[in-house]
Write a protein that binds this ligand. Structure first.
Ligand SMILES: [Zn+2]
Length: 198
């Protein structure tokens, strides 16, 4: 067996830790980097280091950002009393593209998924509770309309109950099982304005 310091093996292992990348793809990527021009490897390595160095979690909404607070939290024209909970940054950006939402966001960075070993403690829920406790009128749960997204929405509803905040769920205009990030702007805009009480 090759040692972990074997550079080829090391890169294959590193790639295979990424989501959706199996050993075969990891090997293919490794040889692509190895056989390609040196600039490709240099750029990949610099981009990887840079993204970890410069991008952090917003201390308010847990969005990924270079500046803390992020641009959505820093914008004084947005409504502090309205918080839209999303499972990922791509979901946040999809809602933002509708132009229909002028409140704040909260990014969970995942959904509850026992099969994938993701429990509530791995999501940014403590941060959400702390924010809502400071005074929010409405929490809009905009997790994807998947089994995990719905389970997460119900979990959040239970979590928020003692805080007495109004809870709403985006309408099911977005088809079941699909990702918000792939919904068209008009559909997502309608799903947001037709949100229902939880
Ligand atoms: Zn933020």
């Amino acid at each position: 067996m090759a040692s972990a310091t074997d550079p080829i093996r090391r890169l294959v292992l590193a790639f295979s830790r990424l989501p959706g990348i199996g050993e075969k793809t990891a090997t293919r990527l490794t040889f692509f980097v190895l056989n390609g021009p040196p600039e490709v490897a240099r750029e990949l390595s610099a981009a990887l280091a840079d993204v970890r160095e410069r991008v952090r979690f917003c201390s308010v909404c847990c969005n990924l950002t270079e500046a803390d607070p992020c641009r959505f939290c820093a914008d004084p024209r947005r409504d502090d009393r309205l918080v839209c909970v999303v499972e990922s940054v791509p979901s946040l950006l999809a809602i933002e593209r509708t132009g229909e939402f002028r409140g704040r966001y909260h990014v969970l960075h995942g959904v509850i998924s026992p099969l994938d070993g993701v429990g509530p403690e791995q999501l940014r829920l403590k941060e959400l509770v702390a924010r809502v406790a400071l005074g929010v009128d409405e929490v809009i749960v905009a997790t994807n309309p998947s089994v995990e997204g719905e389970a997460t929405a119900l979990y959040i509803q239970r979590l928020m109950r003692p805080l007495g905040v109004r809870m709403t769920r985006i309408a099911s205009g977005v088809s079941v099982g699909s990702d918000l990030e792939y919904a068209d702007q008009a559909t997502l805009g309608r799903a947001l304005s037709a949100r229902r009480e939880m």
